[in-house]
Design a protein around this ligand. Structure first.
Ligand code: 5GP
Ligand code: ZN
Length: 113
């Protein structure tokens, strides 16, 4: 997708700190971390948000979801972590390419929002 920030990151046109990659997904550190560990997991195929997850292949969808646990283990988040996917303006989604935030390394608030 032209002009998509995360597509450019996946393509390597914009630098990022990679933490994980496979055939279907790419994960990198958030530029403005909200927790000691803050990683974004994105499918390599462009879809705008989780509302369009049905446009991904089952293989890609499965890869993105299972990557989350692999990355958490790799990052030593055995005490737990939070996964967030903002969708649309009410959720303040700022980059319209589906992504899952992995947040960890500290105690999260007991309320989600
Ligand atoms: P959203 O608000 O869409 O749920 O999350 C977008 C995330 O992308 C934000 O947490 C923001 O800090 C991150 N972000 C925006 N631009 C860049 C960038 O150029 N590089 C990286 N690594 N993260 C970015
Ligand atoms: Zn994209």
């Amino acid at each position: 997708m032209d002009n998509c920030l995360f597509c450019k990151i996946i393509a390597g046109d914009i630098p990022s700190t990679k933490v994980y990659e496979d055939a279907y997904c790419y994960a990198f550190r958030d530029i403005n971390p909200q927790a000691p560990t803050h990683i974004l997991v994105v499918p390599k195929d462009h879809v705008a948000s989780i509302a369009e997850a049905d446009k991904l292949s089952p293989e890609a969808l499965c890869a993105v979801i299972t990557a989350i646990g692999k990355i958490a283990a790799q990052e030593g988040l055995e005490k737990g972590f939070r996964v967030v996917s903002n969708c649309g303006p009410d959720a303040c989604q700022s980059v319209p390419h589906l992504h899952f935030h992995i947040l960890g390394g500290r105690q999260m608030a007991d309320q989600m929002a």
